[in-house]
Ligand binder design. Structure first.
Ligand code: ZN
Ligand code: ZN
Length: 417
């Protein structure tokens, strides 16, 4: 190639170099100057550059077939096919917004980056972002969805060369409070460890250790309605399986994974859940929320003050004056080492938690009923029995008798002042 006019200067040199050294199709050539005006398509830009150089510098610059292009190898020819696939996959979802993510082989990205760096092409746009934008534009125009990078309803993942499309809906987050009216129900689903949920003789084919959980009972109706298969449950702490959750209920966020439907009537579903689970659980105030609420609910559980009702058994027997002895617990700090019964799941450490108030009532010479107000995270069963001295002071210690919790209910969860 030989330049014959004086027009050659520092601006045009890289163009020659680029075309001389590399086999680029018009789309890729134009894309190297993406951010330069005029804002025409990459292909038009590439053609202009080629024509301009042939006209003024009297050189022959043959067109390059996309399929032989050094960078793209014709990947943009896949767009139509990919678009058809997107339409098919999207059709089963209810959505208004989307975001596209494209996977490109690393060697394509590297090849392009090397050329951009070597030729100092400061106006270039990467093939990946260009492909993404093109596909996004097509989806906007042909399907009528809007792009949303913050919280898109749909995540459309595309493998540009393999022409594979996968569509996933972002989760629905629903906030509410639950009351557990029956003992023996865990909060979250306990998957059978032996079969990892597939179902085996040990779990009677259910895949679960407990037949039902608060999560199951709530999610069943929601999953059905949102046409989703899986849920995640985030409670503001949890009560023991054998404890009830009464009062105003415990805040939770339920996450419905990959929902096909998003417009669901929570007011109606709340009624339906409560109707189906009469006497077991009750839910209050279902509303849509966002991902951040998950953390909020967790923080609340750490900072909350909780009120319990406990039925305790005293050995050898309740004596006159025992009720008064428990006044000592008022506004008292408790040192609690991780209870023996949860040591396999929790780190062994000492917690300092406060008891604010204990109201005691004698029921008979063996039993007392207590109302305990204390910091969230204090293990109440151990506050009562002392856990062989790991919790101190404890009710056993104060009474100098054996005290054991036989029934426990959470009756309120309050935000700390
Ligand atoms: Zn190309
Ligand atoms: Zn099993």
């Amino acid at each position: 190639m030989h330049a014959t006019t004086t027009m050659e200067n520092e601006d045009i040199k890289p163009l020659f170099s680029l075309i001389e050294k590399h086999n680029l199709c018009d789309k890729c050539l134009g894309r190297m100057f993406h951010n330069l005006k005029p804002m025409i398509t990459e292909e038009e830009k590439g053609k202009c550059i080629r024509n301009f150089l042939s006209m003024f510098f009297n050189v022959k610059l043959g067109e390059v077939d996309e399929r032989n292009c050094e960078i793209c190898k014709g990947v943009f020819l896949n767009l139509e096919g990919i678009m058809e696939e997107v339409k098919k996959k999207i059709s089963e979802y209810e959505a208004e917004t989307f975001e596209v993510g494209t996977t490109f082989p690393p060697d394509v990205i590297k090849r392009e980056e090397e050329i951009i760096a070597r030729e100092n092409l400061i106006h270039a746009e990467s093939i990946k972002s260009n492909f993404n934008n093109k596909l996004s534009e097509m989806i906007k125009k042909e399907i009528g969805l809007a792009v949303d990078h913050e919280s898109p309803h749909l995540l459309i993942n595309v493998n540009a060369y393999a022409q594979k499309v996968s569509v996933k809906a972002s989760p629905l987050f629903i906030y509410g409070r639950y009351r557990k009216l029956l003992r023996g129900i865990p909060q979250a689903t306990w998957t059978c460890k032996k079969c990892s949920g597939k179902g085996c003789p040990a779990c009677n084919g259910t895949g679960k250790i407990y037949k039902e959980s608060v999560q199951d009972l709530i999610s069943h109706v929601l999953l059905e309605e949102a046409k989703a298969k899986k849920s995640k449950f985030h409670g503001a702490g949890r009560e023991d399986i054998d404890a009830r959750m009464l009062g105003r209920g415990r805040p939770f966020v339920i996450e419905l994974i990959n929902p096909k439907k998003r417009k669901i009537n929570l007011e109606e579903l709340e009624k339906e859940i409560n109707k189906r689970n009469k006497g077991k659980i009750e839910i209050i105030g279902l509303t849509f929320t966002n991902r951040d609420k998950k953390r909020e609910v967790k923080v609340l559980s750490e900072k909350a003050i909780k009120k319990y009702r406990a039925l305790i058994e005293i050995k050898p027997k309740v004596d006159e004056g025992d009720v008064q002895k428990l006044d000592k617990l008022e506004n008292l700090e408790i040192m609690q080492r991780t209870p023996t019964r949860v040591l396999s799941r929790r780190k062994d450490k000492v917690r300092r938690k406060r008891v604010y108030e204990v109201k005691a009532k004698t029921i008979n010479d063996r039993r007392m009923e207590l109302t305990i107000t204390c910091d969230g995270g204090l293990y109440v069963k151990e506050l009562i029995n002392g856990d062989s001295g790991r919790t101190t002071p404890s009710i056993s210690e104060i009474l100098n008798k054996k005290a054991e919790c036989t029934e426990l209910d959470v009756i309120d969860i309050m935000e700390a002042p």
